[in-house]
Unconditional design. Structure first.
Length: 325
């Protein structure tokens, strides 16, 4: 049965697509689009012979990815200008960081929100500066606002009223209610300057953040793309100092799992019994890109809430959200 492994194999070995028939190409393109990896796939297949009907699809995906990159970098520049008066270090995270630093993980990658990391003690100044430069609140709900400010690792999201782009301002990389407590001060102190007022995380910390976001926080939605990010970061930076930084930030288990699973999905590392559920979740698409394995997805969704907060808090939170709905 076809699943998202067809995309993983094409990313890892682009030349292998030569063996695909029409049904295989349909599965590859639709699953890649559903997993937000079509631009990345198009970049990896650039210059290779593909069927005539496929060529314009990939060309459009490359144009879209280039547009996404320009837009993301421009939004980062606008944020840098808005925050120039705030005496603090501003660190780019995730897709915008990969693009700004010219990393392999940013090649062809779709980029959504602008994610920034700043010291917690400077949140008020950063928030005020962004509000003064055209950003406004996405979530007007009083409960959501209070929840973000008290328990989350970021401010409530802001959107620019003219450019319609969201910025998420982080003060650490995992919710305050999560079991691990990464050292946000060390993340910011060791960040690497880009020379334009912005920074990106140090190489090992960049991998730590990607792994923590994927395995210690979320429900693995978009997980195949995030796992590809980790594969690319490991290929570019290696794993020097990674174990030590992971241990310092309290996410050694997440980083170990990320390294192993990226080797299984995109390489030739053999799977272990403990990996089976994760692989089922990462690859849960059919040949038309539709989600499959609903119970596995539900299980990881429940797991993500369990990781984020203790049981009593989780019960109160879900009860409040249910009443609001």
């Amino acid at each position: 049965m076809v699943d998202a492994l067809i995309v993983a194999r094409a990313l890892a070995d682009p030349g292998g697509v030569a063996a695909l028939d029409a049904e295989g190409w349909t599965a590859l393109l639709t699953i890649a689009r559903a997993e937000q990896l079509l631009g990345t796939l198009a970049h990896r297949l650039a210059g290779l012979p593909v069927p005539d009907p496929v060529a314009p699809v990939l060309a459009d995906a490359r144009l879209w990815a280039a547009h996404e990159r320009r837009t993301a970098l421009w939004e980062a520049e606008m944020a840098a200008r808005a925050l120039a008066s705030v005496d603090t270090r501003v660190v780019l995270l995730k897709g915008t960081a990969y693009a700004a630093a010219g990393l392999m993980a940013g090649q062809g990658r779709g980029i959504g929100d602008l994610d920034l990391l700043v010291p917690r003690g400077r949140l008020d100044e950063v928030e005020a500066a962004l509000l003064a430069h055209g950003w406004e609140w996405v979530k007007p709900n009083a409960y959501d606002d209070a929840y973000y400010r008290r328990w989350m690792h970021e401010l409530p999201p802001l959107i620019h009223r003219e450019r319609d782009r969201i910025v998420d301002v982080h003060h650490t990389i995992l919710p305050l209610t999560a079991r691990p407590t990464p050292d946000a001060t060390a993340l910011i102190a060791d960040a690497v300057s880009l020379g334009n007022g912005m920074h990106v995380l140090a190489p090992a910390d960049m991998i730590v953040h990607a792994a923590a976001h994927l395995f210690a926080d979320g429900d693995l939605a978009g997980g195949l793309r995030n796992l590809w990010d980790i594969r690319c970061l490991l290929a570019e930076f290696g794993d020097d100092g990674l174990v030590e930084r992971a241990r310092m930030h309290g996410v050694e288990a997440a980083v170990t799992r990320a390294v192993r699973l990226s080797g299984i999905v995109f390489g030739d590392q053999p799977a272990e019994r403990r990996d089976r559920l994760y692989l089922r979740r990462f690859l849960a698409r059919d040949g038309w890109g539709r989600p499959t394995r609903p119970m596995t997805r539900l299980g990881f969704y429940a797991r993500s809430h369990w990781l984020r907060m203790p049981p009593a808090m989780l019960a109160r939170h879900l009860w409040t959200k249910w009443r609001q709905a």
